[in-house]
Design a protein. Structure first.
Length: 284
């Protein structure tokens, strides 16, 4: 039996010559514990790594290289998934909400050191809002992520009850919904991003997550347009992807003619620095 696999840190994955536990018979997407979705991870990392994303094909698990990019995107509540390239299995699309691989007979899981700080969000006016944030009047919400997480740690199949004024609320963990007598809202739980790889340490020639991604911005009509380096625009998808790979939590500036714009990788927005108009951007 591989001792590294027992604690979730085998770097050889399916190429390991030793036997791995749970290599056969797991459901698609792996168990909740293995995914990092469970309150109590069954595969704690003990080798100094903060987290590790892995792909499995039924014969074992393989680490995803440069998975800080994956982690950064997963930490954003509005990000539904990501597509990674140049893996042993080719291009792989991952659904964050269901923690599964789309259109391939693969599984995905996220291991961590059990020190992850989990942030809880609720949809409000079509945007994800963190529990405990101040409202437009400067009032802090009645509960914080810590309160919800504490109950989730006790029993991930239960719910969390709280009141705000005369209203009673229930956060149902199984359904990931906030419920009142009149309304239901979506709820999600994402990790607070922790950077584990300095940008200077990246080997950009061997990134397993990049190389074929396109970056797009949303036009006034709602249609999506590719970023293309031209005489008018100073950057294209390739340059944006390189900057994103170096640090997926920051952004970059560029010009279209004489007008300067700023891309925010965390908010996934484009800001016109002259007019302050924002547009949505995406990585496909």
């Amino acid at each position: 039996m591989c001792k590294y696999a027992l604690r979730g840190s085998c770097r050889d994955g399916s190429q390991c010559k030793m036997k791995h536990p749970g290599a056969e018979g797991e459901s698609s997407g792996g168990s909740n514990k293995a995914l990092g979705w469970s309150a109590h991870s069954g595969s704690k990392l003990t080798d100094g790594r903060l987290y590790q994303w892995q792909l499995g094909n039924g014969n074992g698990w393989l680490d995803v290289g440069n998975d800080h990019i994956l982690e950064a995107q997963y930490s954003l509540p509005h990000t539904k998934g990501i597509k990674i390239y140049n893996t042993k299995f080719g291009a792989v699309s991952i659904d964050f909400n269901r923690m599964r691989v789309l259109r391939k007979s693969l599984k995905v899981r996220r291991l961590d050191d059990e020190k992850t700080v989990w942030i809880w969000y609720c949809t409000l006016r079509r945007k994800w809002t963190k529990y405990g944030n101040k409202d437009s009047k400067g009032n802090t919400g009645p509960i914080k992520s810590y309160d919800i997480e504490k109950q989730f740690q006790k029993d991930p199949s239960s719910s969390y009850m709280f009141t705000a004024g005369a209203d009673k609320f229930e956060i149902k963990f199984r359904d990931m919904q906030q419920v009142t007598a009149k309304k239901k809202r979506k709820v999600t739980r994402r990790p607070l991003y922790r950077s584990k790889v300095p940008s200077t340490a990246l080997n950009l020639q061997n990134l397993s997550l990049t190389g074929q991604s396109k970056w797009q911005f949303e036009g006034d009509s709602g249609a999506w347009h590719d970023f293309e380096a031209t005489a008018r625009c100073s950057v294209g998808s390739a340059e944006i992807e390189r900057k994103f790979a170096q640090n997926p939590t920051t952004g970059m500036t560029f010009k279209v003619k004489a007008t300067s714009y700023k891309l925010d990788f965390q908010a996934m927005t484009q800001l016109n620095l002259k007019t302050n108009k924002r547009r949505n951007i995406r990585r496909v």
